[in-house]
Design a protein around this ligand. Structure first.
Ligand code: PMP
Length: 404
């Protein structure tokens, strides 16, 4: 390994922008329209689709916060006072205090200088990777499709390493470092923190060690971890790596019970994204009720007790499923029950559904051939009876289809 710096000269890029007089900036906070959004909430029932009552063990709404009155009120208040839409790109007239409040809270939670809200996690990944336009990207083989698409759009050379395997990453880095062109290249390592179909957690500390040995940057997608790990900060925070991971990114649509995405990092990174991330610059600002809901959800996730309840449900379910004889993958809040054959997985999902429990069969091409599984995702709002009902459904369904 060598000690070359293969990171990104963001200060230099910003300097070039100043020189060309092209720099785009968000309005200073004191010029953002001073419209408070804490007006009195109005009541009213939400229309819902008619459906059979069923226990859903399939949602990414891990803390069940989409149902939380405080979060619904925050969205209502934002709609009533700021409006139902941003009306334009943040760089034109779409910037509001609601966005600033969300970004301030995200940066604080993530331990970074700043954060920037995007209209989705997909847009955050694609826009960020393409804006950085690294020469080479090292990407976990199971990374989310939005990372894969960002890598393609960036035009970088893409080197795929084995899933959650720091030794595989190191050997790919070493092989690439031996090539003469490596002298001047910028390198980015990108990984999900919690992998949604496998329930695995990336070995972030070993990835940071490998990155630092060659001067590469690390970007972590915390879509399935934000709001859950380390008082809401994600796996990067849980492992004390905020100073070693240059880009933390995620969605507002899972634990944060809303819609949208974010990037958290240094001042220079956020300035670069404001200027160069096309999915930020050329897209209407995140919708204000969504921003307000996510802010409130982040607060509730960090300071409430729902996280503990979720982890209790996770261990109750994992223990129960394993003691029946099922193989449960991963080591996160997502519990993939391995089946193997796609037909068996579909039969098991149907038999569970017949017992009023919803958990989907995940099969190729989403996962490799021969590894079909049922993805079980408990929520903090499940009570003990719900968890027991889910376990009973698995036991009876497993016997019915001949898997137990
Ligand atoms: N990254 C990961 C790891 C995801 O699971 C998802 C959503 N499935 C996204 C990014 C995209 O987020 P969004 O739904 O906000 O576009």
């Amino acid at each position: 390994m060598d000690d070359r710096d293969r990171g990104f000269d963001l200060e230099g890029r910003l300097g070039d922008l100043e020189a060309n007089d092209l720099k785009r900036a968000l309005a200073p906070a004191d010029r953002v329209a001073e419209r408070g959004y804490f007006a009195a909430p109005s009541g009213g029932d939400l229309p819902v689709l008619e459906a059979d009552e069923a226990l859903v063990f399939a949602s990414n709404n891990y803390l069940g916060l989409t149902d939380d009155q405080r979060i619904q009120d925050a969205a209502r208040q934002a709609a009533a006072t700021v409006g139902t839409g941003a009306g334009a790109s943040r760089l034109v007239t779409g910037d509001t205090l609601v966005h600033r409040d969300l970004e301030r809270q995200l940066a604080e939670t993530k331990g970074t200088d700043r954060a920037l809200a995007f209209s989705s996690g997909y847009a955050a990944n694609v826009g960020t990777i393409a804006a950085l336009s690294p020469d080479v990207i090292f990407s976990d083989e199971y990374n989310h499709a939005s990372i894969v698409d960002g890598c393609r759009l960036s035009g970088a050379d893409i080197v795929v390493y084995d899933h959650c395997d720091a030794a595989s990453l190191r050997s790919k880095l070493e092989a690439r470092a031996d090539r003469p062109e490596a002298e001047t290249e910028s390198w980015l390592i990108v990984t999900d923190s919690v992998f949604s179909m496998d329930g695995t957690v990336a070995p972030l500390e070993a990835i940071c060690d490998a990155a630092e040995a060659v001067g590469a940057w690390v970007m972590v997608d915390e879509a399935h971890a934000t709001g859950l790990y380390a008082k809401g900060g994600g796996v990067v925070q849980a492992e004390g790596l905020a100073d070693r991971v240059q880009i933390q990114l995620g969605t507002l649509s899972k634990t944060l019970a809303s819609q949208g995405g974010y990037v958290a990092g240094s001042d220079a990174l956020i300035e670069c994204l404001i200027n160069d991330a096309r999915s930020f610059v050329f897209s209407t600002g995140l919708n204000p009720p969504a921003a307000a809901a996510a802010s409130e959800a982040l607060h509730v996730a960090r300071h409430g007790s729902a996280r503990e309840r979720l982890w209790e449900n996770v261990s109750h379910l994992r223990d129960g499923l394993e003691s029946m004889g099922f193989t449960v993958l991963g080591d996160s809040q997502i519990l993939p029950v391995m089946v193997g054959d796609r037909g068996d997985a579909l039969a098991l999902a149907d038999a569970i559904r017949d017992r009023n429990v919803v958990a989907p069969a995940i099969r190729p091409p989403t996962v490799p051939e021969g590894t079909s599984r049922i993805r079980v995702a408990p929520m903090a709002t499940h009570d003990t009876d719900d968890v027991v009902a889910c376990l009973e459904a698995f036991q009876a369904a497993g016997q019915e289809v001949g898997l137990l």
